[in-house]
Design a protein around this ligand. Structure first.
Ligand code: IMP
Length: 427
C-alpha cells in the first residue's frame, strides 16, 4: 500500500454531473491531479475567486499553485485545444507551470476531427451525436496501432516520418485525387514549430512522477471526464464515448495501481441530463423539462447543445454503483429542484409489460423502457445559502436520503446547492 491518499471522481450518469465543482473542492488541497481519459469532448466549468473557467483538458488543480496537474497516457489530446486553453489561462493570470502532458497520450489531429464528422454524416438519423472533436477516430488510431503520441512533438523529424506513414494508412478510404487536405502531411507543417514551442516542455514520462508521488504522504485526485452510462464497455453502446470513464478506466489511464485507490466518489446530479442519441427512460419532453433546462442552463459546455433533461433514474444509478463500487456519493445541483411541487425518482422500469429493476445492456431495450416513479413532495426554499444537512427543508432531506438508499455501502457525503465553490453541504 502506498502512503498517498488517492481519490477518484467519477461521473455516475451520462456526463455533465457537475464533476468540475466536486473536483475543484478536492483540488484545493491535492498535491497531484490526473486527468485520465477522454479529450476535449469534456467541459468542466469551474467558478472560483478568479472567475468562471471552462476547461476542456487542463485539470482543475491548475488554480492551486501547489498542485501538479497531469494529462495522462489514457487521454487523447488535440494540441491546438490545449494550447488555446493554456494561453487563455495565462492571459487571465493563472500560471500553467505545474501542467504536464504524458508523452504517451495520443494526439488528436485535424484528420481525426474530419473522420468524426464524416462518420456522423454517414450514420445519418442514427448518428451518435458526438462532440465532433475527433475522440472516436483518435482512440481508433490508438487501437489500430497507428496512433501518434505526444512525445513526438519533441522530435519533429520523427513526427513527420510517422505522420506520413500514418496518413497513408488512414487516407485509404479516399480516392487519391480526392484527398482532403487534412490527410496530406504538408497540412501539418504549420503546426510543428508552434506545438514544440508551446508544449515541448510539458511533455514528460508522467507515470514516473505519479509513482514517486504515491510513495509520499500526499493527496492524489483522479479526475474523471464524461460518465458511467457512456462508458465504451458499460454504457449504452453504441451511444457512448470511446474511452472508459468508470473507475477501472480511470486507474488504467492514470498509472495508479488498483490497490492504491483510497476512495471513489460517484457524482450524480439531483436530476439527469444526456446529450447526443441513445435511450433515456426518464427524459422529460414537457414544460417541466424545459423549466429545469432553462433554470439550470443545461446547454453543453463544449458544444452549446441543449441537453436532454429527465428525473433522477434510480435504476441507472444503482447500475452505475454496481459497475464502480463507489465509497462516497456527491449529489449536485439540488438547488435546481427548489420550487417544484413534486420531485420524482425512477425506481424501476416497465418493459414488455413486465417490471424490470436491472439496467438493460442493450440500448434498443432501454429506449423502450417506461419509467415507474416514486413521488416526493417538493420544497420551495432557496437552498443556495444552506451549508448543513439538517438545515435543508425536510422534503429535500427526504429526497436526499432516498437517493442515498440507492447506493448500498456508500455514503452521501457532499451536496451541491449552487454553482460557487462554497455552495456545498458536507454531510
Ligand atoms: P464523443 O465522446 O465526442 O465521441 O461523443 C460520444 C457521445 O458521448 C455523445 O453522445 C456525446 O454527446 C457524449 N459525450 C462526450 N463527452 C461528453 C461530456 O463531457 N459530457 C456529456 N456527454 C458527453
Amino acid at each position: 500500500m502506498s502512503k498517498a491518499k488517492v481519490t477518484a471522481i467519477v461521473g455516475g450518469q451520462w456526463g455533465d454531473e457537475g464533476k468540475g465543482k466536486i473536483i475543484d473542492y478536492f483540488a484545493q488541497n491535492a498535491d497531484l491531479i490526473i486527468r485520465a481519459q477522454g479529450g476535449d469532448n469534456a467541459g468542466h466549468t469551474v467558478i472560483n475567486s478568479k472567475g468562471t473557467f471552462k476547461l476542456n483538458l487542463v485539470p482543475s488543480g491548475i488554480f492551486n499553485p501547489k498542485t501538479k496537474n497531469i494529462i495522462s497516457h489514457g487521454t487523447v489530446v488535440n494540441p491546438n485545444t490545449l494550447i488555446r486553453e493554456i494561453i487563455d489561462l495565462n492571459q487571465r493570470g493563472v500560471k500553467t507551470t505545474n501542467l504536464f502532458l504524458s508523452e504517451n497520450a495520443h494526439l488528436i489531429l485535424d484528420f481525426h476531427v474530419y473522420l468524426d464528422k464524416l462518420n456522423e454524416e454517414r450514420l445519418g438519423k442514427s448518428k451518435i451525436g458526438t462532440t465532433v472533436r475527433g475522440i472516436g477516430p483518435a482512440y481508433t488510431s490508438k487501437v489500430k496501432r497507428v496512433g501518434l503520441r505526444a512525445g513526438l512533438i519533441k522530435n519533429p523529424r520523427r513526427f513527420r516520418e510517422e505522420l506520413t506513414s500514418v496518413l497513408s494508412i488512414e487516407s485509404q478510404i479516399f480516392k487519391k485525387t480526392l484527398l482532403p487536405p487534412e490527410f496530406k502531411p504538408q497540412f501539418y507543417e504549420k503546426y510543428f514549430k508552434l506545438w514544440s514551442k508551446m508544449l515541448g516542455d510539458l511533455i514528460k514520462d508522467t507515470n514516473a512522477f505519479v509513482w514517486e508521488t504515491l510513495e509520499k504522504n500526499s493527496k492524489i485526485l483522479i479526475e474523471g471526464a464524461q460518465g458511467t452510462l457512456i462508458d465504451l464497455d458499460y454504457g449504452t453502446y453504441p451511444y457512448v464515448t470511446s474511452s472508459n470513464p468508470t473507475i477501472n478506466g480511470l486507474l488504467l489511464g492514470s498509472g495508479i495501481p488498483a490497490n492504491n485507490l483510497t476512495q471513489s466518489y460517484g457524482v450524480f446530479k439531483a436530476y439527469q441530463t444526456r446529450v447526443g442519441g441513445g435511450g433515456m427512460p426518464t427524459e422529460l419532453k414537457d414544460t417541466i423539462g424545459d423549466q429545469i433546462r432553462q433554470k439550470a442552463g443545461e446547454f453543453g459546455t463544449t458544444t452549446g447543445r441543449a441537453r436532454r433533461v429527465g428525473w433522477f433514474d434510480g435504476v441507472a444509478a444503482a447500475y452505475s454503483h454496481k459497475v464502480n463500487g463507489f465509497t462516497n456519493i456527491a449529489l449536485t445541483r439540488l438547488d435546481i429542484l427548489s420550487g417544484m411541487g413534486e420531485v420524482r425518482i425512477c425506481s424501476e422500469y416497465r418493459f414488455d409489460r413486465k417490471r424490470m429493476r436491472d439496467f438493460p445492456s442493450d440500448d434498443a431495450v432501454l429506449k423502450k423502457c417506461e419509467p415507474m416513479y416514486q413521488s416526493f413532495k417538493g420544497w420551495k426554499e432557496d437552498l443556495s445559502k444552506i451549508r448543513k444537512f439538517d438545515r435543508l427543508p425536510k422534503e429535500a432531506q427526504r429526497y436526499c436520503k432516498a437517493v442515498e438508499a440507492l447506493f448500498p455501502g456508500a455514503k452521501l457525503s457532499l451536496i451541491g446547492v449552487g454553482p460557487e465553490r462554497e455552495a456545498l453541504i458536507r454531510v
